[in-house]
Design a protein around this ligand. Structure first.
Ligand code: BDR
Ligand code: CA
Length: 332
């Protein structure tokens, strides 16, 4: 596996994704880049460092990325993620400074030197800025796993659009177009699969019983998110989109789907919609792998075994976890 960069907008579910990635020995994280999405890119950078500090990994550099979308005005998602982006947990700032380089400069220099994979958990503004200037660097990207978009699922911020692609539709459209031109595919982990991943109060309670510190931390950052889901969707729990992209990057059996040619609409009421040519009307070479099926139980076992630590600090094996029945929704 190549080294990875996580491009994100933490964000509550981004933070859970970072915790999962940092607890996964298969991954070597070269750096974290942030982009304006759930929260402004600089706040996202501070939040990423709060998570790194908690996980004892402040050695991983965090680069601040683009402050605004390519063309549209910036719309944050602080109504969902809280005024601090971490569910109004108001965690203390981590010590230390940010590197001088911007996220785009960092990614450019890194890709000039080595092949990497990118897990993109926010709007694709950094990636579009980089690849529109240096399209040849796409060849250096082993894989791009993008949490965003939706195929059959409805949207989560308009009837047809998912937030990351809606927030900066031009950036998403640009990345899909450039990947098509480069003959490469984006792995699209959209709402069809991520909406199945619901963290419930029961699961949080289970984590608390198994690993109190981690459980209390997750409770602290997800309470606000759960209240939001109750108010708007009458779900007791919260959809955690981003960790599924990390799990899928590590284990391809986590989701399944199909190859297709995809474009992203940039205008009007369909702004941010992923137009997936699943019936091959356009006879174009696929530029995406669209994930449509997942198994929530499989994901949760994977997630829990990694983020929870045993009392002696060692790791759980999934098969050794004693899980109460009916702990999650939607097992397939
Ligand atoms: C995506 O938007 C954000 O709110 C989440 O962090 C996730 O990346 C889901 O639409
Ligand atoms: Ca995100």
């Amino acid at each position: 596996m190549s080294r990875i960069v996580i491009d994100c907008d933490p964000g509550i579910d981004d933070s859970l994704a970072l915790m999962l990635a940092l607890s996964s020995p298969e991954l070597e994280i070269a750096g974290i880049t942030t982009v304006s999405g759930n929260v402004p890119a600089d706040m996202g950078g501070r939040n990423a460092r709060k998570i790194l500090s908690r996980m004892g990994r402040l050695d991983i550099p965090v680069y601040i990325g683009e402050a605004v979308p390519l063309r549209y005005d910036y719309t944050d998602a602080m109504d969902t993620h809280g005024s601090d982006g971490l569910g109004e947990s108001f965690l203390p700032e981590a010590s230390g400074d940010f590197p001088e380089k911007s996220a785009v400069e960092y990614l450019e220099e890194l890709l000039e030197r080595e092949r990497i994979s990118i897990i993109a958990l926010g709007p694709m503004t950094n990636l579009a800025r980089l690849f529109s200037k240096r399209p040849e660097l796409i060849r250096q990207v082993d894989e791009l796993v993008s949490m965003g978009g939706n195929f059959r699922s409805h949207g989560n911020c308009s009837p047809v659009a998912e937030y990351n692609y809606w927030c900066d539709p031009d950036a998403a459209a640009c990345c899909y177009k450039l990947f098509a031109e480069a003959g490469k595919k984006i792995e699209m982990i959209g709402l069809d699969v991520t909406r199945k991943i619901v963290l419930t109060p029961n699961i949080v309670e289970y984590i608390c019983r198994m690993d109190q510190e981690t459980g209390e931390f997750i409770r602290k950052i997800t309470n606000f998110y759960m209240d939001f889901h109750w108010e708007y969707e009458k779900i007791i729990g919260c959809v955690i989109n981003d960790p599924l992209a990390v799990a899928y990057y590590i284990d391809r059996s986590m989701c399944s789907g199909f190859d297709s040619y995809t474009e992203v609409e940039t205008e009007g009421i369909c702004r941010g919609q992923t137009v997936v040519d699943s019936m091959d009307f356009w006879k174009k070479r696929p530029n995406s792998h669209i994930l449509v099926k997942t198994d929530a139980g499989k994901f949760m076992r994977f997630f829990l075994a990694r983020v929870m630590k045993k009392k002696d600090g060692s790791r759980w094996r999934e098969e050794d976890l004693a899980l109460p029945e009916n702990l999650w929704y939607g097992e397939e």
